[in-house]
Design a protein around this ligand. Structure first.
Ligand code: ATR
Length: 280
């Protein structure tokens, strides 16, 4: 990659950012397509967020990814927010063409699952009710899921998210319960958004008993370290189809890439860069 006077800059803002997988993934894509772009990461202190956005706009930066702790706060400084991102209440992508915010995390999950099955008309169980679950739940509703059950350790949080998703009127059928009451016998898709099973606690699984996993089930685990979590191992053993967490990272990035550049993202190259960077 040759950086020139004409090179377009995109990047990540967060605090911290130094362990991000996004720079290698996006730069591999720009290289592959011979595009005059570079992706870098900016550690932005929360107190400097507004200055960073105004400054980036003035510097003609083309796009940002946004990560913790700025995903909610940054919305104040944008001109426009995508409809679903507004419902989610968080953005992870900014397009400086119109200073518009998007949330590609949820689309990333839908596309990851989409490699195996279409979510339309499906019965989906989602574990967790935090930021990732929220982003994915609204996209599941938008993409026509028939029934959504949100399970969480803190049941009130699951109820609140279920009510918010119902209020969007994108879906009629949303339930909530304790994560200990998971029942998969009627489910088509199980999604884990909790950190349970993440390195170093690789033997932990977010469900009490995997007994009702079945071979028509698709199991997506948003945990990507390790690549094959305990939950995915159980799924494979039960004959269910696994969807690996790395795919969500890949597709959220691909979606951001397409928003900024208008070009189709080179998925294979981005995946290869991710696997290499994460050592999977
Ligand atoms: P993220 O942005 O990754 O979703 P988050 O907003 O902090 O992160 O949400 C983490 C989710 O994982 C929450 O639903 C949390 O459950 P609680 O609301 O009950 O805290 C869930 N979670 C975290 N650790 C967990 C554990 N050990 N067992 C079960 N659920 C857990």
């Amino acid at each position: 990659m040759e950086i020139k006077g004409s090179t377009n800059v995109v990047g990540l803002i967060g605090h911290p950012v130094e362990h991000s997988f996004s720079p290698p993934m996006h730069n591999a894509a720009f290289n592959k397509l011979n595009m005059d772009y570079v992706y870098t990461a900016f550690d932005v202190n929360p107190n400097d967020l507004k200055t960073a956005i105004v400054g980036a706009d003035a510097l003609n930066i083309k796009g940002f990814n946004v990560t913790i702790p700025h995903k909610i706060e940054v919305m104040k400084y944008l001109n426009e927010i995508d409809e679903v991102a507004k419902l989610i209440g968080a953005v992870n992508t900014i397009d400086f063409k119109n200073l518009k915010g998007y949330n590609t995390d949820g689309i990333g999950a839908i596309k990851a699952i989409g490699e195996v099955t279409n979510v339309k008309n499906k019965n989906v169980v989602i574990a967790g009710a935090g930021g990732a679950s929220r982003a994915i739940s609204f996209y599941l509703a938008k993409y026509g899921v028939d029934q959504l059950t949100i399970l969480n350790r803190n049941v009130e949080k699951a109820q609140k998210l279920a009510n918010d998703v119902l209020d969007s009127e994108l879906i009629d059928n949303v339930e909530s319960d304790s994560i200990n009451n998971m029942n998969l016998s009627d489910a088509d898709i199980l999604i884990n958004t909790t950190p349970v099973g993440m390195h170093p606690n690789v033997d932990d699984v977010p469900i009490a008993q995997a007994g009702d996993m079945h071979d028509n089930l698709v199991v997506f685990d948003a945990v990507y370290n390790p690549n094959e979590t305990g939950l995915l191992k159980q799924a494979i053993e039960a004959g269910a189809k696994p969807v690996y967490g790395i795919k969500m990272l890949l597709y959220q990035g691909a979606e951001s890439f397409e928003i900024w550049t208008g070009k189709k993202a080179p998925i294979d190259v981005m995946q290869e860069a991710l696997i290499k960077y994460l050592g999977l």
